[in-house]
Design a binder for this molecule. Structure first.
Ligand code: BGC
Length: 245
């Protein structure tokens, strides 16, 4: 089935049609910058413009950086607070006149990696972390997703862990790869004590620089970079759009 996958992020919304049997993008992705915090209605219009660009007539799957229950958003740490408790699925369906499903962005990335990437064939507990503006997590057992794990909000020194260990925090705090990698390692070891994953996948834009920081992380479980790098969110959102995730 071909689905239009949309990855809603803090600085941009990205989309492309995806062949959900292979995980391949069927066209070059479109990226629309979103300067400032956009409202849910405006987000609906942005998604509609992406659908229009691809002359899309089929279903849509969209990943959102917050807790998602059904098609309703429950948290919005890095986007407009107006998203909280709004039915984003209904807004997108109204704006595009297409069927739409919503999934947490890190869950989407994890689903793509489990199906087609670094987690392929893994039957044990797998933890995927996405390091970007925030920190997202996706947890799998026997390939099945436990949705909305929010490991980026584990409290550390009185704040959400993502304030210290997101990729954005490395730049804001002006940390070296070694300093940041060591802090990230400490954080991942806390998660290991609680969740006991058998494989840890690190995604997000920084994952292609994993050689710079994996060496400072001492984890028990094998640590691997995501294979999809930047497109996992789009591919996983499209998989969610099938209604079978
Ligand atoms: C949100 C998560 C999201 C992550 C990455 C966090 O702030 O709470 O839901 O997956 O950022 O975007």
């Amino acid at each position: 089935m071909n689905i239009l996958g949309i990855d809603i992020g803090g600085s941009a919304v990205k989309g492309a049609p995806v062949d959900t049997r292979t995980g391949k993008l069927l066209a070059e992705r479109l990226r629309i910058e979103t300067p400032g915090k956009v409202s849910p209605q405006r987000m609906g219009e942005i998604v509609a413009s992406i659908a229009e660009h691809f002359r899309w007539r089929g279903r849509i799957g969209a990943g959102f950086p917050g807790v998602v229950q059904g098609s309703t958003i429950r948290t919005s740490a890095n986007l407009h607070e107006k998203f909280v408790d709004c039915d984003l699925g209904a807004i997108i369906e109204k704006a595009t006149r297409r069927r739409a499903r919503i999934i947490n962005d890190a869950d989407a990335a994890g689903v793509a990696e489990m199906r087609f990437g670094a987690g392929r064939g893994q039957k044990g507990a797998v933890l995927m972390l996405t390091l970007g503006t925030g920190v997202g997590s996706a947890l799998f057992w026997r390939g099945v997703l436990q949705p909305n794990t929010e490991m980026g909000h584990l409290p550390i020194r009185g704040k959400s862990a993502e304030k210290f260990i997101a990729a954005s925090a490395r730049r804001i705090r002006d940390l070296s790869w070694k300093e940041w990698g060591a802090e990230l390692g400490d954080y991942v070891r806390i998660l290991e004590k609680i969740l006991w994953p058998e494989l840890i996948i690190i995604g997000g834009g920084v994952s292609d620089k994993h050689r710079k920081f994996f060496k400072y992380m001492k984890t028990r479980a094998p640590l691997v970079p995501a294979e999809f790098f930047n497109d996992a969110g789009i591919v996983g959102a499209a998989l969610a759009g099938t209604g079978k995730v």
